[in-house]
Write a protein that binds this ligand. Structure first.
Ligand code: RP5
Length: 183
């Protein structure tokens, strides 16, 4: 259910996902060409059963839409925003400037990019004091999803248990591989 109303409208009409409840996390990206990277964040949230919305908001091409999205996000019930962009990636920082919610930035490496995503990384991570953006590694939208889950889990014991189980699963996987190597 991620179709319609994502690109042009001034008033955001994001598509919903996750467990079907009211979205708690907003995933936005500067272009639909970022979706190949950003869908990993949605997949993580869906795995944890966290309701999400996903849409395109461009800092440069739809600045009024960005303003509207950022200004209304908290009153619409969102608890965190994941924002991905490539190149001159101003979206996460500008959204962080206009919302009280935690913003997680994903530097996207567009296909054919000359600077391997380093431009986006530096654009997102070098925020001035007072306006934080939690920046993940270039292209690592899955970690953005996991960080959003952890933020929500800090006040949600059931979600915290899911995160503990996820972490234990990683540990078990690595220990299993180590045991095989040692045989
Ligand atoms: C950025 O420019 C977008 O976030 C995207 O990563 C990049 C290219 O966008 P398109 O030209 O593919 O729409 O603003």
């Amino acid at each position: 259910q991620r179709t319609g109303g994502v690109a042009a409208a001034a008033a955001p009409a994001p598509a919903a996902g996750g467990d079907g409840g009211k979205p708690l996390v907003g995933i936005i990206m500067g272009s639909d060409s970022d979706l190949a990277t950003m869908k990993a964040a949605a997949q993580v949230l869906e795995e944890f059963g966290v309701p999400l919305e996903l849409t395109v908001v461009s800092a440069h091409r739809t600045p009024e839409r960005m303003f509207e999205y950022a200004r209304t996000a908290h009153s619409r019930g969102l608890r965190a925003i994941i924002a991905g962009a490539g190149g001159a990636a101003h979206l996460p920082g500008m959204v962080a400037a206009m919302t009280p919610l935690p913003v997680i930035g994903v530097p996207v490496k567009p296909s054919g990019a000359h600077l391997d995503g380093l431009d986006a990384l530096l654009s997102i991570v070098q925020m001035p004091k007072g306006v934080p953006v939690a920046t993940v590694a270039i292209g690592n939208a899955a970690n953005a999803g996991l960080l959003a889950v952890r933020i929500l889990a800090s006040a949600d014991p059931a979600l915290l248990d899911k995160m503990l189980a996820y972490q234990q699963g990683m540990t078990d996987t690595v220990l299993g591989k180590a045991a095989k190597l040692e045989q």
